[in-house]
Design a protein. Structure first.
Lengths: 476, 105
């Protein structure tokens, strides 16, 4: 253990994470040349990420702090985005551990037919559940509890992936895939509930929003460059409201706006470098399962939510919610989150709501809107501990004052948040809450297995899907 | 030199996966190329590219200002039909190269 700690301290996560991934890739029969190139990309991506985050926090950080302390706008938790959250998670010991261990567990659950969803092809999105494990470990000091919480998250995400798959496939027209990203598919039961209520009120049939018009009107809000300029500039103006007459203030406003926009623009390429470390693994596994190395007749391949992006209704729902979400963040009492990097990602997580609502933008916007309000509070609650996790891997400086970092995409997960609360409850209550959480999962799981078709239809899957499935099974 | 843009929702994960495979296909066919990442929302206004590949199936109907053709690279993500995609990509790339040569002459 002491040697391990010595090695971690000596090399740091920027070197260690790529090495772990490199060894794993070779083990999974990825070509040596590809594995090496992937690891190098990853190391460079991590290094570049640390540099760019320190630029963001070094410039926007003090302004946010000033806004909180002097202007009385209490939004100290800066949303640094899902890609940043992912990089922080994989730089943590548990994140590193979960790349091989989660993979193994995924295989086991799939082969034992506990689930029909094959998640290893979506290995990048492991951070969605590992994130909650990391903060449980930090809160309790117990690695085992953290691992258990992460596994709990994986189990939930596989259940939702199974539940939502037929609906997603038929709505978006992708055969054989599902959405395994936990932070997104967790919305399934909530969307079903919203659909039921809105139907009872007769609102779903009456209110129709046209995706095309919405996209045109709100498209402006989805541009990362604009988001960076607006948020960076606005925060500075508010922070310096007492000195708006001075030229220095306006110089700072422009500089901060430009820097924030620059970071938003550079983010994707840096994250792109980092994920290149993981793509050969998911690709190799994908090829192997397609070649029939893993015997299974019907299954769903886990796929990144990016492929659902761009569909009219999904995009429109996300875009229309951006200004509403920003207003909520500013005016809701008790919210501490300053949305930034994940604003542009809103259309990403509209996919489950749109699939359940079968393209009804109004229904999906209501579903997602309420969901996001919860997301603000959950993120406010976990910002402090997430910042601690980020500082532990050197992603943010240890002393950022009263500033916090968070990611809306990862934090807006009520089940994840409940798992975190259950696994880190104080003292002996913890065992009760953990038992409750496991119990609720098992009951939901077995009820789902028993009423599979009915539940999948409630999530939006049409009757024809199941007829095709059984017809397909007959010919095989 | 063939100039490609690969685009997805965030311009990150699926773009990386598809870009790597597109690059490999073109290298095998000995076609010189550069690949730039983008977001699906940006593809309507791209002007400096010969071909745009989107990772999902959405966006292929987008009207590009410079009339750059847009194709779906979903096959490279799911593995289903990836060989057919490779053939289509190579033939399209060759056609573009030919058109450029005759344009220069």
């Amino acid at each position: 253990m002491a040697t391990l700690k010595f090695i971690i301290d000596l090399f740091g996560s920027t070197i260690l994470v790529p090495v772990v991934v490199f060894i794993l890739a070779l083990f999974l029969k990825v070509e040596l040349r590809k594995a090496a190139r992937a690891a190098i990309n990853m190391a460079v991506g991590l290094t570049a990420f640390n540099a760019i985050v320190s630029v963001l926090l070094g410039n926007l950080g003090p302004v946010v702090t000033e806004m909180v302390e002097h202007a009385g706008v209490n939004l100290p938790a800066l949303d640094i985005g899902w890609s940043a959250a992912a990089i922080i998670v994989y730089s943590n010991r548990m994140g590193m551990l979960f790349i091989p261990f989660g993979l193994l567990l995924n295989f086991a659950l799939f082969l034992l037919k506990w689930t029909d969803s094959f998640q290893p092809t979506d290995i990048w999105n492991y951070y969605h559940f590992t994130f909650w494990g990391i903060i449980v470990e930090l809160a309790t000091g117990s690695t085992w509890l953290g691992v258990a919480a992460a596994i709990m998250g994986m189990l939930w995400s596989l259940l939702f992936a199974d539940w939502l798959a037929p609906s997603l496939q038929t709505y978006y027209g992708y055969n054989g895939v599902t959405l395994t990203a936990y932070g997104d598919n967790v919305m399934t039961p909530w969307a079903i509930l919203c659909k039921w209520v809105l139907n009872k009120l007769g609102l779903l049939d009456r209110i129709k929003l046209d995706p095309e018009t919405l996209k045109e009107k709100f498209g402006f809000f989805g541009d990362p460059l604009m988001i960076g300029l607006v948020v960076g500039g606005a925060v500075t103006i508010v922070a310096k409201y007492h000195a708006l007459g001075s030229a220095e203030t306006w110089a700072l406003v422009l500089k901060t706006a430009a820097i924030t926009a620059a970071v938003m623009i550079i983010y994707p390429s840096i994250s792109g470098l980092f994920v290149r470390g993981l793509t050969p693994i998911s690709q190799t596994l994908n090829e192997r399962i397609r070649r029939g190395e893993i015997k299974r007749k019907d299954f769903y391949i886990g796929i990144d939510p990016a492929v659902f992006f761009g569909e009219q209704a999904t995009l429109a729902t996300g875009l229309v919610l951006i200004p509403i979400f920003l207003l909520c963040a500013i005016f809701l009492p008790g919210n501490k989150v300053l949305p930034l990097a994940d604003i542009a990602a809103l259309p990403f997580f509209a996919a489950p709501a749109i699939a359940v609502m079968r393209g009804n933008v109004f229904g999906a916007a209501i579903t997602l809107g309420i969901w996001l309000i919860f997301g603000l509070y959950a993120n406010s609650d976990i910002a402090a501990i997430f910042t601690q996790a980020a500082a532990a891997v050197g992603a943010v400086p240890a002393d950022v004052g009263s500033l916090y970092v968070t990611s809306i995409v990862v934090g807006k997960n009520p089940i994840g948040w409940l798992v975190y609360k259950a696994f880190s409850a104080p003292g002996a209550i913890r065992w009760v809450t953990i038992a409750l959480m496991v119990g609720v999962y098992l009951v939901t799981y077995f009820l789902f297995q028993r009423n599979r078709k009915a539940w999948q239809m409630a999530a939006g899957a049409p009757e024809e899907y199941f007829q095709e499935q059984s017809a397909g099974a007959d010919t095989l | 030199m063939l100039r490609l843009v690969v685009a997805c929702g965030g311009g990150i994960f699926t773009t990386s996966v598809v870009s790597e495979q597109v690059s490999e296909i073109l290298k095998k066919a000995r076609i010189q190329h550069v690949i730039n990442p983008a977001k699906i929302t940006e593809i309507a206004n791209i002007t400096d590219a010969d071909l745009i590949v989107v990772t999902g199936k959405f966006g292929t109907a987008t009207r590009n200002v410079a009339n750059i053709p847009i194709i779906s690279g979903l096959a490279l993500l799911t593995g289903v039909g990836s060989e057919e995609f490779a053939e289509e990509l190579v033939s399209r790339a060759r056609a573009i190269e030919e058109a450029k040569k005759s344009g220069n002459a």
